[in-house]
Design a protein around this ligand. Structure first.
Ligand SMILES: [Zn+2]
Length: 101
């Protein structure tokens, strides 16, 4: 889940997010990660009690986008495994909020 995009050498997480939000070109791994991000957003929307569209909208904000990347790196995508979730959603949301301000 780490590394760089094989297409343009950008950090994979960024390429994946851009693909997720804008449909930007990227390699297979990024598209895969992008679809996983979709799941995270869905889960997050449920956890926060907000609409998925609202999160997508929020992700277009440059600062929020950066914050999200650092959070995703921080949790190391362990949320995907379903085994451990190091931070409760409320704290995760707080991290995003403070990253955006
Ligand atoms: Zn890629």
């Amino acid at each position: 889940m780490t590394g760089e995009c094989r297409k343009d050498g950008a950090p994979r997480i960024e390429s994946a997010l851009k693909h997720f939000l804008h449909g930007d070109e990227c390699c297979f791994e990024c598209r895969l990660l992008s679809s996983i991000l979709g799941l995270i957003v869905k889960r997050g929307a449920d956890a926060f009690g907000v609409k998925e569209e609202d999160i997508r909208e929020q992700m277009h904000d440059q600062y929020w986008f950066r914050g999200l990347i650092s959070v995703l790196r921080g949790i190391g995508f362990s949320v995907l495994t379903g085994h451990s979730y190091p931070e409760p959603p409320s704290r995760l949301y707080g991290t995003l909020q403070s990253a955006a301000t």
